[in-house]
Design a protein around this ligand. Sequence first.
Ligand SMILES: Cc1ncc(COP(=O)(O)O)c(C=O)c1O
Length: 455
Amino acid sequence: MVSLDPAPVETKRTGPRGAGVGLCCRGEAPEGGAATRAVNSNANARRWQNRRMSFVGLDEIREAGTRLEEVCLRTPVWPSRILSRMAGGTTVLKCENLQRTGSFKIRGAYNRIARLSAEQRSRGVVAASAGNHAQGVALGASLLGVHSTVFMPAGAPLPKVEATSKYGAKVVLEGSVYDDAYAAACTFAEESGAVMVHPFDHPDVIAGQATIALEILEQVPDAATIIVPIGGGGLISGVAAAAKELRPGIRIVGVEPVGAATLTRSLEAGEVVTLPEISTIADGLAAKRAGDLTFEYVRKLVDDVVTVTEEEIAEGLLLMTERARLMVEPAAAVGVAGAMRRRSPITFPAVVIVSGGNIDPLLLMRVIRFGMTSAGRYFSFRTRLRDRPGELQRLSGAIAGVGVNVVGVEHRREGVLHSSLNDVEVSLQVELRGPDHIKELIARLEEDGYEVTSL
Ligand SMILES: Cc1ncc(COP(=O)(O)O)c(C=O)c1O
């Protein structure tokens, strides 16, 4: 039985509570008896010391939680029946798409800026981002009375650019990709003295993101797996740092788009590698390089990192929109896709972090159409008809005969190759129930003498 928050949406965040700090390292059961703990205590203490040198600890994470209390929402968790069915066990969504600024990024950005000294704050902060981090930094800085400058690539989604500016940042559009904006932000930091707020590779950012895990373990106390989308790795680093301290046996699984598999490639190589090219609809995860710090967290604390295809991401987003009635962005659908496809063994109850909901409506339409095509619910094809009255009606009768809905049609006489003078070409887009329904449609049309070419 999964414990859930009684109210679907909480608008006030409670500070981290929870049991005492376990000093166990990864893989050791916290519920071991007193004798076992005594035997292991020296080894544990040594390992704890080593870890404390580089990883954020529970004290820092809890302090971050207290800092964020008045700033962030304690986002709700929603059980999802459909995802549970697909994943093979109880699966719950942690809805950071409902967070202030529309993603979890405000947590890390605010924590980082709040920990600056008065002198550092007086110099202002600077960041580079294509969207969510930009909004987190802009709002975090404004709430703390700090001036912020955010460099964004010219191709950043317009709603994200506008929101960043409305939250109070000075927005500078620079270059066409994130790397251009990042280079410009670094130059600006050097020249102006403004403090760089890195999107993922800083302990204070990681500690801020880690507060999500504190909430998850209060909201779903028996959570056995947490599934996390990965970009540069700050979110999963924080979640793993907190969750493995509180529950060493918990499984942490990271999911990346196959076209931006930064950590997968780095783990294979045994060092951080820079991908020459990245390509994904999950703009929030479009990082060419993981952080040096986050790579260490993932290497030591994360159980598995897997990839999903663009089609699977689109299907995840479609599932959230249609069945969970949640508006999510492609980056957030990546974890959902990992659970849907069971890319890594999952122990239950599982929690999927739905990390953000900032999506341009036009992109949402395109991704949904792509997801429907990939799920076999949208099909485009072309066929030929004799050029005489009643032929189009005969074709639509055959299509209607198998219960398929036509959503678009184009009828062309001119410019059609391989067609006799007496033929016309017709392209159709139809909506159907799934892959079997496509087969049924094609069989019916072929039976009636049509040649079907899928587009
Ligand atoms: C919505 C969303 N999900 C996940 C991530 C990945 O976070 P990280 O870069 O810390 O791995 C990002 C990063 O910007 C994001 O915007």
